[in-house]
Design a protein around this ligand. Structure first.
Ligand code: ADP
Ligand code: MG
Length: 629
């Protein structure tokens, strides 16, 4: 039996759980006992216990300090990068160790613990629906989430008793929900306007692989802002129309938290009705009288227009980053409850000059896509893949301790790469393969993943064996490395999990270091490569002199030996130009020797042309340093 995996959209405002119905093959949202599909991502800490969802939302006004909302904004983040944002939170945020903590309901909790409460509610919802325990989930995160935010999301799952089998980017999930049969291949723009955040992502879909080309957005723009402008407009209207009563009773509505909360909920409800109706009536009971107000679509659109306009800049920036014009976007997908607002749809349609997809409920589409991905992982859907990327570059050690990268970081997996290498010592029968991970030029600054030996190579002059190295990463991130000597067919291989034991902080540091040390690293690499090239020429000249030396005149022999000595000396220094000049000198000095050489193979291994090839062609680069014996 297949183990069941559900898909979860852990949203800033609302969260949902979905699965793929096996009879229809379609993803569906799992409702709670009362038929509600969205679970507000709000957790209330009360003296009687913890409440989540709608119940927590209801206590928001009464217990602002003990009711946590928008905890997604805090996930995996430290005090320093949150300082500017803290004014948005009525509950207490503390600087923890590395990541922040919350002081609510008389205790301290971490953001993943709060998210875990939301996840547990969804888990229970699914368990009630299926009548069996649910232990695995695919959870979505914004495309721009960094490693520590993703890790925090996984931690939340673990705390809730859910194994997060895959983290999927929200725009990718939304595209998956629409499916390739609807979207086809090409470039997709995903416009996601939720409760408190706006994200736009440009994706490329090719051969079932989704690649995020660019993301942009505004972390403080969404439906909450729509509610706020409407609320302030209504407040002014109430004060203007009822100032006599209000003044008489000394009521300052703006300072009445409970009233403001009522007003906010009424404003949101009116906003939602106006997405489908041309006009609506808002009714609000106040002390001693009732406020009635008819609001029209045109009125709310005038209020929302500047906010909607603010989403267009990030869309243009994302397009520019992806190097695309609006006309090059093949499909537009609408995500987030706020894209139900007709004005939003209109502006998006104008910008991209095409009708956006909105057949699926925009506030459900991410969860539906997560369910599709869950079904793929459970083995139920075989014709669509959804892929991760490699967090760090992968390669092998070559002569002199230099890394030769086969798979660069951020490559979408599964992937494979192939390169040709050769030996650097005559008669070498064993090649030491060292698999490394990281962004630095030198092996010693990177992470060592695995070592193995390719043995049984026929003894040949250096540079003759053709060693093909293949890297293959499967969809689960398992790396298989194979080395094969083409003449003898001798092969050896190894399997490793590159992310095993690697924390997100490690990844971040390794990438950062590569920027910090880039210049020095490149300098060192060039020096080593120049020395390697000198060594290759020295080896070949030495061999040629032994074999054909007696055929030369004494004078020519001396010239060559002087050039050899000069190169040996330069090679010990750090002056790259000097080494290169002496190498060229030696090549000139041996031009005649090369002609004299009878053996075609040896002749091929000598002379300027050959040396250049060794420098520029991977196929002739020596492999690992461990082979110098
Ligand atoms: P998030 O992704 O931030 O968790 P959602 O995608 O669920 O949030 O969007 C929530 C927002 O969508 C809220 O601001 C809500 O008021 C708004 N919303 C939901 N339905 C509608 C509607 N029919 N018209 C306008 N706004 C809506
Ligand atoms: Mg969302």
């Amino acid at each position: 039996m297949m183990s069941r995996i559900v898909g979860i959209d852990l949203g800033t405002t609302n969260s949902l759980v979905a699965y793929v119905d096996e009879r229809t093959g379609l993803p569906v949202v799992i409702p709670d006992g009362e038929g509600r599909r969205l679970l507000p991502s709000i957790v209330g800490f009360t003296p009687d216990g913890i409440v989540v969802g709608e119940a927590a939302r209801r206590q928001l006004a009464r217990r602002p300090a003990d009711t946590v909302y928008s905890v997604k904004r805090l996930m995996g983040r430290g005090w320093e990068d949150l300082k500017d944002e803290l004014r948005y939170f009525p509950f207490k945020v503390l600087a923890g160790e590395g990541v922040v903590k919350l002081a609510v309901g008389g205790r301290e909790v971490t953001p993943p613990e709060v998210s875990a409460i939301v996840l547990r509610a969804l888990k229970e919802r699914a368990e009630a629906h299926f009548g069996e325990p649910i232990e695995q989930a695919v959870v979505t995160v914004p495309a721009y989430f960094n490693d520590s935010q993703r890790q925090a999301t996984k931690d939340a799952g673990r705390i809730a008793g859910l194994d997060v089998v895959r983290i999927v980017n929200e725009p990718t999930a939304a595209s998956l929900a629409y499916g390739l049969h609807r979207l086809g291949q090409g470039v997709i723009a995903v416009y996601d306007l939720g409760g408190g955040t706006f994200d736009v992502s440009i994706l490329r879909v090719k051969d079932g692989i989704f690649e995020v080309l660019a993301t942009n957005g505004d972390t403080h723009l969404g439906g909450d802002d729509f509610d706020r402008v409407l609320m302030l407009w209504l407040l002014e209207d109430i004060q203007a129309r009822h100032h006599a009563q209000l003044d008489r009773d000394c009521i300052d509505l703006a300072r009445d938290n409970e009233f403001m909360q009522e007003l906010r909920l009424a404003a949101e409800a009116a906003k939602i009705r106006l997405s489908t109706e041309e006009r609506t009536t808002l009714t609000l009971p106040l002390a001693g009288f009732t406020y009635h107000r008819v609001i029209t679509r045109a009125e709310i659109e005038r209020l929302l227009e500047p906010l909607v306009a603010r989403t267009l800049g990030p869309c243009r920036k994302a397009l520019a980053d992806a190097g695309l014009t609006p006309a090059e976007i093949d499909q537009v997908v609408l995500v987030g409850g706020s894209t139900r607002v007709p004005l939003v749809r209109k502006r998006v349609q104008e910008l991209f000059a095409k009708t956006p997809h909105s057949q699926l409920n925009p506030d459900e589409v991410v969860a539906l896509g997560a369910a599709v991905q869950a079904q793929i992982l459970a083995g139920g859907i075989k014709d669509m893949l959804l892929l991760d990327v490699t967090p760090l570059s992968l390669g092998i050690e070559t002569l002199g301790g230099i890394v030769s990268v086969l798979i660069p970081r951020n490559t979408t997996i599964p992937t494979s790469a192939r390169e040709m290498y050769t030996t650097s010592v005559d008669g070498q029968t064993v090649v030491d393969m060292h698999v490394v991970q990281g962004e630095r030029e030198l092996v010693k600054d990177n992470r060592s993943l695995a070592r193995f030996e390719l043995r049984g190579i026929d003894p040949m002059p250096a540079g003759m064996p053709k060693i093909e190295v293949t890297f293959l990463i499967d969809a689960n991130g398992i790396l298989q490395v194979q080395a094969r000597e083409q003449r003898t067919g001798k092969a050896a291989s190894i399997e490793v999990k590159p992310t095993y034991g690697l924390t997100d902080a490690d990844v971040e540091r390794m990438v950062e270091d590569s920027f910090t040390y880039a210049e020095a690293d490149v300098e060192t690499r060039l020096l080593i490569e120049t020395r390697n090239e000198a060594d290759t020429v020295l080896t070949h000249v030495g061999r040629a002199l032994r074999q054909a030396g007696p055929l030369l005149e004494a004078g020519e022999r001396q010239t060559i030996e002087r050039a050899v000595a000069a190169l040996r000396e330069a090679r010990e220094g750090k002056d790259r130009d000097a080494i290169r000049e002496r190498t060229t000198d030696l090549n000139h000095a041996t031009e005649h020797l090369a002609e004299v050489m009878m053996d075609a193979a040896l002749k091929g291994a000598l002379g300027t042309r050959r040396a250049n090839e060794i420098m520029t062609s991977k196929a002739e680069a020596p492999p690992s340093s461990g082979d110098r014996r």
